[in-house]
Design a binder for this molecule. Structure first.
Ligand SMILES: Cc1cc2nc3c(=O)[nH]c(=O)nc-3n(C[C@H](O)[C@H](O)[C@H](O)COP(=O)(O)OP(=O)(O)OC[C@H]3O[C@@H](n4cnc5c(N)ncnc54)[C@H](O)[C@@H]3O)c2cc1C
Length: 418
């Protein structure tokens, strides 16, 4: 839908009602404006051709959004977790593939920045981490470098049950990376792959997980496989092969073991895939209201709002949207290191709710608006396809959230029935 400067969209989270900080209000407004004005009209093209939204990334670099979570001292906006989450939801409203891939990029800054500051390191580790992350941030701020985040391998590692099979072997002055990643969003478009791998020792251990910035043009890096999926087509999540890829010591985005610490102590880190889908949920609702009022640009001005069944459906959608937003807002506001058990259970519930409700709202939107609303010339059928992908994202798939929620609600740590 074209941007109409006279009718900018209302915020997903009203700054006054939700008591946003000035920075939160400013960054969410920036994301909303760039999303409505530039990303919404282009979203169809990335989806149709399954092409990475490079033009959007150029615009985000110009707007300073590539460095949203780079600390202010390093030239970024210094957004914390909650600020990033709300900003990303505004992008997700207009282009799911841009928001989802932006998440992979931003995690390279959030994990090495605000999250790492909460974790334990020796003084030496802290000093080398400071120096290395400054190199990494400068590439993003100065050169507009884009980072991907390949961790999935097709087995239990991305679910958090096994060490990554991709390995880093110590050699003079650096590391040799070997392995295969699947579903690497931004494959072929990122400048660096932020690879999760395991330090190669006699026995691989999750405690030895490493997080390495591998240049996309390094010798031994190959992008493989086709990409013709149901939804999130602009993410171009193809496979990556790493064959004896040499990276220097400074490629380490975190000291060895710190990623494992983050995964245990900062579990909300895995929720950064949700804002994209929070935005899609809002977009499905917004479209429905506009369509039933006969106000969607490019469609005949036919009003359908007078039918009671449609009013009931909109009421149901609004209730589901408000429930989803309220739970998600609460959970992102309590994300921190060492959360309580209650906070973690609530986080699983929120992840499940956003991922499933985004799809439920999209399908309700199509049913309520009717046949002409699902034409490819309108965004609704894309929202429907994109929204189905949220529940599949490891390590907190909808199924794994249910598994964890049930087990952890019934068993305290270390308890068994034997
Ligand atoms: C659009 C899109 C973009 C993506 N982008 C990225 C990306 O940038 N980087 C990235 O790393 N990944 C990405 N992914 C991958 C995603 O996070 C998952 O890893 C992927 O969808 C898993 O596919 P699978 O068929 O291997 O899943 P599954 O087979 O469901 O899961 C893989 C393994 O996890 C374990 N597992 C799954 N469910 C359970 C369960 N209930 N109980 C116990 N074990 C279980 C099993 O060992 C299983 O073999 C993306 C996915 C999509 C759809």
């Amino acid at each position: 839908m074209p941007f109409d400067a006279d009718t900018p969209d209302a915020p997903i989270f009203d700054p006054v009602a939700f008591r946003l900080t000035d920075k939160q209000a400013r960054l969410t407004a920036l994301a909303r404006q760039i999303g409505q004005e530039k990303f919404a009209p282009r979203a169809d093209q990335w989806d149709r051709d399954a092409v990475f939204p490079m033009q959007n990334y150029k615009d985000m670099h110009t707007a300073g959004l590539l460095g949203v979570c780079v600390p202010e001292a390093n030239g970024g906006h210094g957004a914390d977790y909650m600020t990033y989450m709300m900003t990303a939801a505004e992008i997700g409203r207009y282009c799911g593939a841009t928001a989802l891939t932006w998440n992979m990029h931003v995690c390279s800054c959030l994990w090495t920045g605000a999250l790492a500051d909460d974790l334990e390191m020796t003084d030496d580790q802290r000093a080398s981490h400071e120096r290395r992350r400054a190199i990494h941030y400068a590439r993003i701020i100065d050169d507009g470098a884009i980072y991907a985040q390949p961790f999935s391998e097709g087995g239990a590692a991305a679910a958090g049950f096994q060490p990554f099979g991709t390995t880093a072997t110590r050699v003079d002055g650096g590391w040799l990376i070997n392995g295969k990643k699947i579903f690497a969003s931004l494959a072929g478009s990122a400048d660096y792959y932020g690879v999760l791998c395991t330090e190669k020792k006699e026995n691989l251990s999750r405690a030895d997980t490493m997080y390495m910035a591998v240049p996309a043009d390094a010798e031994g890096v190959t992008v493989m496989g086709d990409w013709d999926p149901l939804g999130m087509r602009g993410t171009v999540s193809r496979n990556l092969l790493f064959e004896n890829v040499f990276v220097p010591d400074d490629a380490a985005l975190m000291p060895t073991g710190v990623y494992f610490q983050a995964a245990s102590k900062w579990p909300h880190m895995f929720m950064t895939l949700t804002p994209t889908y929070m935005g899609i949920a809002q977009a499905a609702y917004d479209f429905t209201v506009k369509y039933l009022r006969g106000e969607v640009p490019g469609t005949p001005p036919v009003k359908r709002r007078m039918y009671p069944t449609k009013q009931h459906a909109v009421a149901d959608m609004r209730i589901m949207l408000e429930q989803t937003k309220a739970l998600w807002f609460q959970v992102i506001s309590e994300a921190r290191a060492n959360p309580t058990k209650e906070q973690v259970l609530r986080a699983y519930a929120a992840q499940y709710t956003v991922m499933e409700n985004a799809n439920e709202l999209s399908q309700l939107a199509i049913r309520t608006c009717g046949g002409q609303s699902m034409l490819k010339s309108l965004p609704l059928e894309r929202l429907y396809r994109d929204s189905r992908c949220g529940s599949l994202m490891l390590p907190w798939t909808a199924e794994l959230c249910v598994d964890r929620l049930g087990r952890e609600a019934l068993y305290e740590k270390g308890e068994s029935d034997d």
